[in-house]
Write a protein that binds this ligand. Sequence first.
Ligand SMILES: [Zn+2]
Length: 159
Amino acid sequence: MTGKTHIIGGIASSLAFAQLTGLDPVIMVGAGIIGSLVPDICHGGSRMGRALPIISKLINLIFGHRSFTHSLLFLVIISFLMDRLLPYEALKNGLMVGMISHLVLDMATRSGIQLFFPISFKVRFPVTIRTGSLAENLIFSALTLVSFYFGWQVLGYYI
Ligand SMILES: [Zn+2]
């Protein structure tokens, strides 16, 4: 998936989660966008990889692409660290929801993800799509509609 699909996935899911939980939607969506980009830090060409090139190179060198940062183990570690370092519900939930949306979207691609890292078994949906294909554009459009719907629900108050 391209970065923009991950971003819109993070926006849609964090807004939906804000609607469900009543957590601050502005903080949720900001954290959701960051969370949706974090897993690809293992890939030097990604937005996160370019923002933090040294950390990105290091992670790529040790773990490779789409392994550790695309696993349940990584989610548990980040969740644990957030509880200790930034115990703020909307921020933590937004980040986690954004990261989960990233993993779900990557599961819809042919190469899948190593969800159960360090076990190298690849997890992907029975039906997968190619990055940059028409199918991805359709997913992007659907997620944009979902974002507008939930955005209107939770941000209407601010507008
Ligand atoms: Zn990814």
